[in-house]
Design a protein around this ligand. Structure first.
Ligand SMILES: Nc1ncnc2c1ncn2[C@@H]1O[C@H](COP(=O)(O)OP(=O)(O)OP(=O)(O)O)[C@@H](O)[C@H]1O
Ligand SMILES: [Mg+2]
Length: 334
């Protein structure tokens, strides 16, 4: 008898050469062009890129919820090994109620204006079979977890009586209430106050620790860097780079960044002998990327004994990588 071989679990999500187009004035316009990525079970994966690059479109495609004028023109989407595009309508509905939750970019639109907030959050639990009274208690608990400090009062309100940031938290609470295995967050913290943003990041990290697979879209590179194991940088509907944030920083730039103001004609003399492999200029601002910034910092300080040139020395980050590869005025080697 042969020993049973362990069968690896299929990835939580896999997009393969996905093409999505929108029909505008009778013409199909491609928006996602050959997008491929795989999200492992329990992984937190980010889609980052500029406004209009196709992040939300990818997220909508994954829950098979493209607008009426949108269609997948080719490629495939697999969720936990199941072919999403071949799934029946009933199968898709079941998947959305039991396994995959999405928090849409426009939170207001996801709430029913005629139903009190508490009843809407509680309904997520009653659909899953929880008794009414307990559903309300659990709704209250979940609202508290997303930093709503007075959930009992908020539950009595109608959506239009809440601020945008508060609506966003309610929608996130509803998505979390389903205890999904795959949670899709489309720009979850846009428009939120810094403290609330921080608290939501903590919740997302908790989910990740608990094994939930997360697909996060954001145009905040710092958010993706903090929350995601891996990211795909998307530009005009194509993935132009993907990997762990630190690996992307290492392969496209260098460990440290030194920022300072200098005129273009001063630049060569100022950095002479320090050979930063990459530089980015925006107006008078120059950013030099190096694995070890100390020689450049010394050089700049020696040139400026009265300490008039303010320097910022910091670790290079994902935003730097984005600027480097998504088209910029970056100069230098590589
Ligand atoms: N329903 C639609 N009909 C036609 N074009 C659309 C539709 N929705 C989006 N688009 C276009 O598709 C492209 C991708 O849009 P999408 O909303 O996916 O971008 P995004 O990366 O999510 O942007 P943002 O950061 O602003 O949310 C854009 O050019 C957008 O104008
Ligand atoms: Mg979007």
């Amino acid at each position: 008898m042969t020993a049973p071989t362990a069968v690896a679990a299929p990835p939580a999500l896999e997009l393969n050469d996905l093409e999505v187009a929108y029909r505008v004035r009778g013409i199909w316009r491609p928006v996602l062009r050959g997008v491929s990525f795989t999200v492992a079970d329990g992984e937190s994966y980010g889609l980052v890129g500029e406004s209009g690059c196709g992040k939300s479109t990818a997220a909508y495609a994954v829950v098979r919820y493209l607008p009426r004028n949108g269609r997948v023109s080719s490629g495939s989407i697999t969720i936990a090994g199941e072919d999403l595009l071949a799934m029946s309508e009933a199968g898709v509905r079941k998947m959305r109620t039991q396994r995959v939750s999405m928090v849409y970019q426009n939170p207001g639109g996801a709430l029913n204006p005629t139903i009190r907030v508490g009843d809407q959050v509680a309904e997520t639990y009653t659909i899953a079979g929880v008794a009414d009274g307990e559903a309300h208690e659990r709704a209250q608990e979940m609202l508290r977890k997303v930093q709503i400090s007075d959930p009992a009062r908020v539950m009595q309100r109608y959506p239009h009586q809440l601020s945008g940031g508060m609506q966003q938290r309610v929608v996130i609470a509803m998505a979390l209430a389903k205890d999904p295995t795959l949670l899709i967050l489309d720009e979850p913290t846009t428009g939120l106050d810094p403290a609330v943003r921080l608290a939501l990041w903590a919740r997302i990290r908790d989910l990740r620790a608990a094994g939930t697979t997360v697909l996060l879209t954001t145009h905040y590179m710092d958010e993706a860097q903090r929350l995601c194991d891996r990211v795909a940088i998307v530009a005009t509907g194509k993935v132009i780079a993907q990997g762990a944030p630190t690996a992307l920083i290492r392969s496209h730039l260098a460990r440290e960044a030194v920022e300072f103001d200098c005129a273009t004609d001063e630049e060569a003399a100022l950095i002479d002998g320090t050979a930063p492999p990459h530089r980015l200029r925006s107006g008078r601002r120059l950013i030099c990327y190096l694995d070890d910034a100390s020689a450049l910092v010394e050089r700049l300080k020696a040139d400026d004994p009265e300490d008039r040139r303010a320097l910022i020395v910091r670790p290079a980050n994902l935003e730097d990588v984005f600027l480097r590869i998504a088209g910029s005025t970056l100069e230098g080697g590589a």
